[in-house]
Design a binder for this molecule. Structure first.
Ligand code: FES
Length: 267
């Protein structure tokens, strides 16, 4: 990946494309491939519109949670019922996915990642970009990235629903308590999702912003330090939670489709 010299206002005018000699193109390329793979998987999975509920163990695929349409598989709408009727050709995830995707797309980390890897604007530090103008996020449509703080509230609700999904996945064959490999994967997924969501910059501002004296707000200060720890690993958690969502979704699909049986630890 290479870029021509830039004449953009406010950017360094380099006669060379870059003076960097390392493999600066590797991180944006890896990001491009990783995000593309996730988007392609998500589209296929959404429009597949089947194999997302395992009634025996109460496993619900995260792409289909909460399942709020009357077209959902019976039993899969265990949260809030089915308040949104849809034509049968529209898959249920179209109700919730815009909020989940909106949260990820406007995330500060993902913004940096896809500006670099998809827009090459800029592709990396000290590498000139192909665009002649640079307006940052000061104009439409990118000024809409400011709605991230509102998507954060929606993401909190989705994390709560997925937590509920995980609790009811402690279900055995006879309806009692049970643990399978799917349960463990769902627990890991929901922990990573909470760590990513609570490490959000908007959350950090929410718990610790607009305070002049931390000493007068010890509880908020403690919360702010905890969120800051997560926030410092935000990139790692963004990828870990993205991968864990896809892995759990794929796992539930394979179990629901009868490709193999869920290994059970208890019942
Ligand atoms: Fe990444 Fe809010 S900044 S989720």
């Amino acid at each position: 990946m290479s870029a021509p010299p830039t004449t953009a206002t406010g950017r360094a005018r380099l006669s060379a494309r870059t003076l960097r000699t390392d493999r600066w193109w590797l991180p944006p390329l890896a990001t491009f491939l990783g995000l593309s793979a996730f988007v392609i998987y998500g589209l296929i999975r959404t429009f597949m519109n089947q194999w997302y509920w395992v009634p025996e163990y109460h496993y619900l695929a995260p792409f289909f949670s909460p399942c709020l349409s009357d077209t959902c598989i019976p039993g899969a709408s265990h949260f809030l019922g089915t308040p949104f009727p849809l034509p049968s050709w529209i898959p249920p995830p179209v109700i919730v996915l815009p909020f989940v995707l909106g949260f990820r797309l406007t995330c500060y980390y993902y913004r940096k990642a896809y500006y670099r890897s998809f827009w090459v604007s800029p592709p990396a530090c000290a590498v000139s970009e192909p665009h002649s103008r640079y307006t940052g996020e000061t104009r439409f449509p990118l000024i809409m990235q400011n709605v991230h703080r509102y998507f954060f509230y929606a993401a909190l609700l989705v994390a709560l629903v997925l937590t509920y999904d995980t609790v009811i996945a402690f279900q055995g064959r006879d309806g009692g308590f049970g643990i399978g490999l799917g349960t463990i994967l769902m627990v890991i997924n929901v922990v990573l999702l909470w760590a990513y969501t609570l490490g959000c910059h908007s959350c950090r501002h929410l718990v610790g912003g607009r305070i002049n004296h931390f000493s007068k707000h010890p509880v908020r200060y403690w919360m702010w330090t905890q969120v800051t720890k997560l926030n410092s690993r935000h990139m790692l958690l963004a990828w870990a939670s993205l991968i864990s969502v896809a892995v759990v979704d794929l796992y539930v699909m394979l179990i629901a489709g009868g490709f193999f049986a869920d290994p059970r630890l208890i019942n």
